[in-house]
Design a protein around this ligand. Structure first.
Ligand code: ASP
Ligand code: MG
Length: 415
């Protein structure tokens, strides 16, 4: 009996060229030789999905389309074939699987499909023959057999879903960074690698801009209890473990901070303070697939109120057009305003549940730098502030230092 069942997922940069594919093949074989069954999930070679999307874009503006998925899913087909060949060239045995061959069945929403079921049997059969299973990330098929894709970064979710279906011991996510950091090290050089973090804190970090893992993959890990190990494919050091909270040893107050840039803020002034107004304004946007983030409604004065919300900048133009078109009576031009240069800065930590004072410290640190807060939103383990985008990097550095994140967890000032 093999020791363990290990799922490894390699991102685009890890399979960017034949040399790197060879080194991935070596690592898969090492893992198998150590006595494990190995399933490998791969992304398209770096840049390939963008290239394919750009081709479709020349003919068709929407991504939510059957034929667009037919095109963009091919990136992963190339990678699995090449990796299986590379494993074979090193003397190992491997078999590639596309989404329909594992039976990764999804719903039928193209470009953002959700996985419904996976049949682990073909993979088990592959292990019984002593082979490494090489699985295309990002793709599945709907009930009717049409090719679907899981959204950008979706191979992470394929990896964790395969690990869940196989009851694997771990899902290793190999990437070009060493793990999850207390902040983006390109902006905050003092950022530290996090050793262990709970699913919940990771979910919040991913949702506020930490791009290491696709959010759905963390949700999936949490739901099925799959330990996720985010690590570098360029060396053998341990990375960051994403695990249940009781195993995360998170006595830290704050786990990390992150920024979402390229946001816009839309304000509708003086809307009537009566039931149904928020629904009337925001439903058409939701119907158009525009994801609204922070929503703030003021206390009403004289029966009317101001409403502001943030959204990705790329959707702002479309959102304004939809509002004018479908909620025009609520937002005539003189009451509709927007600004494009905003960013959301968030502080995340499960320690906030039991300790007051994180918000106060955050506001004070920002104010000491003269950074004005435009909007605030909080959850149990997160505080987000919308600020002018030009201050985003400064804010990250100031908060990182102010919460002692440059120090090892045990040396940070206690709450
Ligand atoms: N190749 C897809 C993308 O670039 C999926 C992935 O890399 O996870 O989004
Ligand atoms: Mg990725």
């Amino acid at each position: 009996m093999p020791d363990k069942l290990i799922v490894q997922k390699y991102g685009g940069t890890s399979v960017a060229d034949i040399d790197r594919i060879r080194s991935v093949a070596r690592r898969c074989l090492e893992t198998q030789l150590a006595g494990n069954d190995v399933a490998v999930v791969v992304s398209a070679m770096a840049g390939e999905t963008n290239r394919l999307l750009a081709l479709t874009h020349e003919l068709h503006g929407e991504v939510n389309d059957r034929e667009v998925d037919v095109v963009v899913a091919t990136g992963e087909q190339v990678s699995v074939g090449l990796l299986a060949l590379a494993i074979r060239a090193l003397g190992g045995q491997a078999q590639s699987f596309l989404g329909h061959q594992v039976k990764i069945v999804t719903d039928d929403s193209h470009a953002r499909a959700r996985i419904r079921s996976i049949d682990p049997e073909p993979l088990r059969a592959c292990f019984r023959e002593g082979k490494i299973a090489v699985i295309a990330g990002f793709q599945g098929v709907d009930e009717a057999g049409n090719i679907t894709t899981l959204g950008r970064g979706g191979s992470d979710t394929t990896g964790v879903a395969i690990a869940a279906a196989l009851h694997a011991d771990v899902c290793e996510i190999y990437t070009d960074v060493d793990g999850v950091f207390t902040a983006d090290p390109r902006v905050v050089p003092e950022a530290r690698q996090i050793e262990r973090i709970s699913y919940e804190a990771m979910l919040e970090l991913a949702s506020v801009g930490a791009k290491v893992l696709q959010i759905r993959s963390v949700e999936m890990g949490m739901k099925y209890g799959v330990p996720i190990h985010v690590r570098s494919s360029f060396h053998h050091q341990s990375g960051t473990w994403v695990v249940p909270e009781e195993q995360a040893m998170e006595h830290v107050l704050v786990s990390g901070i992150a920024a979402v840039r390229d946001e816009s803020k839309i304000t509708v002034r003086a809307v009537p303070d009566i039931p149904g107004v928020a629904a009337k304004l925001l439903s058409p946007l939701a119907d158009a697939g525009i994801v609204i983030d922070i929503i703030v409604q003021n206390v009403s004065r004289d029966g009317s109120t101001d409403m502001s919300f943030t959204l990705p900048r790329q959707d702002r133009e479309r959102a304004i057009a939809i509002l004018r078109d479908q909620a025009g009576e609520l937002c005539p031009d003189d009451r509709l305003a927007w600004s494009d240069g905003v960013a959301k800065i968030s502080v995340v930590g499960v320690g906030m549940r039991s300790h007051a004072g994180v918000a106060r410290r955050m506001f004070q640190l920002l104010s000491d730098e003269g950074i004005n807060i435009l909007m605030i939103s909080t959850s149990e383990i997160k505080i987000s502030c919308v600020i002018l985008e030009k201050y985003a990097e400064l804010a990250l550095r100031v908060l990182h230092e102010g919460f002692d994140l440059h120090l090892p967890p045990e040396d940070r000032a206690s709450p």
